[in-house]
Design a binder for this molecule. Structure first.
Ligand SMILES: [Zn+2]
Length: 145
């Protein structure tokens, strides 16, 4: 876990730099690109982008795994603001930036897949549900129906 703390504090330092220049608000706006140097035999199964995303509380993480024979290490390639990146859409319900580079395939109202599923399944009477279903016919990106 020490390794994750190192990643988190290095990412936080980059986020603070951007915040001090008024280029970022909170960490949830951050998109992090990271190289991880791991020993395939012992380390690799521990790591996935979702885990690092959760630990760092950022919007998204892009990982490149590289082989190394020594102890695990990492290199931050970039930390940028999802707000300035057209490949991300802000979900109006959960307030998270979602990677969705193809604008034509975005959900109704830029809702994320998770929020669409919650609305349709748990709030079938919600005003948005009809539009979500209409949009699904066009994008056909979800398989939870
Ligand atoms: Zn959402």
């Amino acid at each position: 876990m020490e390794f994750f703390k190192q990643i988190k504090s290095a990412v936080n330092i980059e986020i603070e730099k951007l915040r001090s220049e008024n280029l970022m608000g909170s960490a949830k706006e951050a998109v992090v690109e990271l190289d991880l140097f791991l020993n395939w035999k012992t380390d690799s199964f521990f790591f996935n982008p979702q885990m690092i995303k959760t630990i760092c509380k950022v919007s998204d993480v892009f990982l490149t795994l590289k082989e190394s024979s020594s102890t695990p290490s990492f290199k931050i390639i970039s930390v940028r603001n999802a707000k300035d990146d057209g490949d991300f859409a802000l979900c109006p319900r959960c307030d998270q930036y979602i990677f969705s580079p193809d604008h034509n395939r975005r959900n109704y109202d830029n809702l994320c897949d998770r929020c669409c599923a919650v609305l349709v399944q748990d709030f079938p009477e919600h005003d948005s549900v009809t539009q979500i279903k209409e949009r699904l016919k066009v994008t056909n990106t979800l398989d939870w129906e």
